[in-house]
Unconditional design. Structure first.
Length: 469
């Protein structure tokens, strides 16, 4: 594949597009100088089998971009083709949208989510066919300060997006629509108007190792959204794992379907802290860590801390369904659930079903410090005790005797099970500890140290044996 150098003298989208068009419908790698700064005043379109190798170069949308050029659903970067798009690779680039200077956008009071100024968009909005966009990869990209999405794929297969940063986005950071087979990994974003990662009517997608911060004062959104509401389309095999989501106004993870025969969404080994901060004035009650309806769900080994609204809710956030589904809920830690700012029925419950349609199997969850633990959910073999976190903002479990959520079989409850962050199982000491030598002062100091460290309990001490006679 030929390598075409893009020098700093190429400073506009028009100049860049001429270089792309000179290469024509042939494979090429466009290798940017790190000092390139390209102002986007026109659309940029790639042919198949082409690559943007950015080396840290920057793209910036012009101020006051006219909607005659960049209208709704018109991306800054796209394909020359609407069908049979294949083998595009875009990486190591920065994108800035100058959203505060876009005076030509209609409805300036609420311009979000309408599809203006999405950075990268492939496929056909009104006809997203799963085989349309194939074998594309996007990584090491920075999306900031725009009104639309960072990246959207409408209909594709084998799409990989990884190592993305986002700030002040106007809609989703990454969105897959009707994608079959793909990955969204390691998004690190400050959330704004919509999700960090979103799938719609997708199949076999993994979303993992993202860090999504909703503590921005404008995060009216879920951190991750799994959606299947388009008639005659279903979703299945969505796996959401090893993500850290905090401070969202809406749910940390929202799973919503409104068609029959959706498959399963697996949600495991995620840490969700302080989600559900929706202001009371919006009058939305169904917030919390995970809110689901219209999918079969498997919620396993998640750690949920200080949600407002609900820990896990089968119910409505901003839409629901009439179809019955199943949920399995096991080996999670849910602590400190509070009443939401706009309370709904049984707000503050760790596990709640407000649908009446879900068949829920729940077991071996740690529930502690919630307003209530259950509402219309029956769970067995639960741990109703403090899980013993390492610290106020450190949700690893302590390694100590009598740790309530760490088991000798080699597993623990919560999100760190099976990872390098898992606690060590330490068997409880016998009811009496015999210390056979040392001065009384030394022995008392040792015992005090062991109690403070959590090795033994004060009740384990029967007495001291002074070997000095």
């Amino acid at each position: 594949m030929p390598v075409i150098p893009i020098l700093p003298s190429v400073d506009s989208s028009n100049a860049l597009q001429k270089i792309i068009d000179n290469q024509g419908n042939n494979s090429a790698t466009f290798q940017f100088d790190p000092d390139c700064h390209i102002t986007i005043t026109s659309r940029i379109r790639l042919y198949n089998n082409q690559e943007f190798d950015g080396h840290g170069a920057a793209f910036e949308l012009m101020e006051h971009a006219r909607t005659t050029i960049f209208g709704e659903q018109i991306p800054l970067i796209g394909s020359k083709f609407s069908n049979n798009i294949t083998c595009l690779k875009i990486h190591d680039l920065k994108f800035k949208g100058n959203r505060d200077t876009q005076k030509y956008i209609p409805d300036q009071k609420s311009p979000w989510g309408k599809g203006y100024h999405t950075f990268i968009n492939l496929g056909v909005l009104k006809n997203p066919i799963p085989s349309n966009v194939t074998d594309c990869e996007f990584y090491n990209l920075d999306f900031s300060d725009n009104l639309g999405d960072g990246l959207t794929i409408y209909g594709g297969s084998n799409i990989v997006t990884r190592d993305i940063t986002g700030h002040r986005g106007g809609h989703d950071i990454v969105c897959y629509v009707c994608v079959s087979g793909g990955e969204i990994a390691r998004i690190k974003a400050d959330l704004a108007v919509n999700a960090g990662a979103r799938t719609r009517s997708c199949f076999d997608i993994k979303i993992h190792d993202c860090e999504l911060n909703g503590n921005t004062g404008i995060a009216y959104c879920p951190g991750i959204q799994i959606e299947s509401i388009t008639p005659n389309k279903t979703s299945d095999l969505i796996e959401v794992y090893s993500n850290k989501i905090s401070g969202t106004y809406g749910p940390g993870i929202w799973i919503i379907g409104d068609v029959p025969n959706n498959g399963i969404a697996q949600v495991h080994h995620n840490l969700l802290a302080n989600c559900g901060q929706m202001p009371a004035g919006n009058k939305i009650a169904g917030v919390g860590a995970v809110v689901y309806d219209g999918f079969n769900v498997d919620l396993k080994n998640n750690t949920v801390v200080n949600s407002k609204g609900y820990g896990f809710l089968a119910g409505t956030y901003a839409g629901g369904t009439k179809y019955p589904y199943k949920a399995t809920i096991r080996k999670n830690i849910i602590v400190g659930t509070k009443v939401s700012n706009y309370p709904g029925l049984m707000s503050g419950a760790a596990l709640a079903d407000l649908t009446g349609r879900y068949s829920i199997s729940a077991s071996e969850n740690c529930l502690n410090g919630n307003v209530t633990n259950y509402h219309k959910v029956t769970s067995s073999s639960d741990v109703l005790a403090d899980p013993c976190f390492m610290g106020p903002d450190n949700y690893h479990l302590k390694s100590m005797p009598k740790a309530p959520c760490v088991f000798k079989e080699g597993y623990e409850l919560g999100c760190y099970d099976g990872t390098i962050g898992a606690a060590e199982y330490i068997p409880p000491y016998p009811p009496a500890v015999t210390i056979s030598q040392g001065t009384p002062e030394l022995l008392k100091a040792l015992v005090a140290f062991w109690i403070e460290r959590g090795d033994i309990e004060p009740s384990d001490i029967v007495g001291y044996k002074n070997m000095e006679g």
